[in-house]
Every structure is written in structure tokens, then in C-alpha cells.
Design a protein around this ligand. Sequence first.
Ligand code: FAD
Length: 237
Amino acid sequence: MPGAPFPAKLTRIEQLSTNTLQLSFQPVASFDFVAGQFLQLHLNVDGTVHKRSYSIANSPAGFQASGLLQVAMSLVDGGVASTFFQQATPGTEVGMTGPYGALTLPEALPGQLILVGTGTGIAPYRSMIPRLTALAAQGRAITTLMGFRYRHECIYAGDFVPVAQQRICLSRESQLIAGEYAGRVQGQFDDLNLDPEKDLVYLCGNPGMIDECVALLKDWGFAPRQIKREKYVYSGH
Ligand SMILES: Cc1cc2nc3c(=O)[nH]c(=O)nc-3n(C[C@H](O)[C@H](O)[C@H](O)COP(=O)(O)OP(=O)(O)OC[C@H]3O[C@@H](n4cnc5c(N)ncnc54)[C@H](O)[C@@H]3O)c2cc1C
């Protein structure tokens, strides 16, 4: 329901990894969304309103049950929202609009589903877990490619274990353990036996990663309709 911002109360702040917070909000208005969408927070800092977008990290069913919307926020040194939420306490009120975005699952899935996310870009796929569970039960092959620099930055990995083949790509970790792969997510496509006619690839997070993946996938014959993307561009105002 995009439009004028409505109030939302911050109810919980959790440390997900060394550089990531999970924030829970209780919207003070009716709210409805589809898994994969994002919301926008309106933060009043010294009389100036700053708008920042965040993928919703819990499922619509989870929201219905708890009344809470979760987001995962990667902390940026000196960032407006990063500083705001490092200092915030439960009960803090913010403005919210949404939902927005079309990084959502189709009704039918003809081939494999490849979900690629760097950092908090994995969050919208967590919102999809109930649907992914149903798709996996129908025998659909689902792979998550998660990109982080170091193991200690990894978030939500355990949540996908029951529904997807998971590859955690660590670009700067020297010693790897089972389930971890050296390098960036782009390096994994070669191994996935991709079918550009049937498979669907979702890309979320770092804009540079998304551009590189789209170029690679296009070279392999993927049409634009077989690739869905959400770039985490930084508004910085
Ligand atoms: C559709 C959409 C969905 C998004 N979803 C999420 C999400 O789920 N989780 C999430 O954490 N972020 C998400 N973002 C990014 C988010 O909206 C903010 O941009 C981010 O949290 C930084 O905000 P900030 O106010 O702390 O930093 P700002 O005050 O905006 O930036 C401070 C400085 O840091 C730079 N900067 C900002 N972020 C980074 C970064 N990651 N790496 C390097 N430099 C940076 C800026 O260019 C600026 O110079 C999303 C963005 C979009 C467009």
C-alpha cells in the first residue's frame, strides 16, 4: 500500500552477524505484502526525513502470526540509517511505506530456481521459505548462492538448509569448511547445469554483482524474463 507513511514501532533489535542487525517493526496500520517485496523506512534525524529501503525478511504467514515485519540491516560506517538504528531502542517510532518491488515468485516453475544474494540480499528469499518448502516438496531443484566476504558476516544460512542446496561463497576467507566455496557467487554458475530455457535466476544485493551476473547469464542465453533482480542502490540523502 504505497502512499503516505504510517507509523511503525521498532520492537526488537538483534545482532545477526558482526555487521548486521535484524530489526522487527510493528506497523500501526494494516499491511499486506508478497514474499520478496521491500518496505521503505522514513527516519527523522534532526528534523530531516531520510528514506531507506529494506527487504522484508520474514514470510507473509510469519507476519500474520506475529504482527511483526523483520528486516536485516547491514551496518555502514557513518550511514544515516545505520547510526539511527545502532542508537535506537525498542519503542522507537519510524515512518513506513510499502510494500514495493517485484522480486516475487511466479505461480509455476518450469525448471530450477537459483536464488542469488550478497550480504543482506539473501533476506527476501527468507521471506519465501514457505513457498520454497512447497516447491521443494514438489521436487523442484532450488539453489541458494549466498555471497559474503567472511564467515562471520554470514546470515540466515541455516534457514535455507531444509529447502535448498546451499552454497556459501566467501570472497576473503582463507580456511573453508563444508558448504563453503571460495570466491564470489558469479563463480558458481558453471557448476549448476543451468538451462537458459527453463531455469529462473533471482539476483539481489550488490549492484555490481547483479550487473556481472546478468552479463554472464545473457552470454549463456538467458532471456531477460528468466532473470529477476533487486539492486540495493544507496540513496545517501
Ligand atoms: C530496493 C532496496 C532494498 C534494500 N534492502 C536492503 C536490505 O534489506 N538490507 C540492507 O542492509 N540494505 C538494503 N538496502 C540499502 C539501504 O536502503 C541503505 O542504502 C543502506 O542501509 C545504507 O543506509 P545508511 O543510511 O546506513 O547509509 P547512507 O547514509 O545512505 O550512506 C552512507 C555512506 O556509505 C555509503 N554506503 C551505503 N551503503 C553502503 C554499502 N553497503 N557499502 C559501501 N558503502 C555504502 C554511501 O554511498 C554513503 O557514502 C536496499 C536498497 C534498495 C534500493
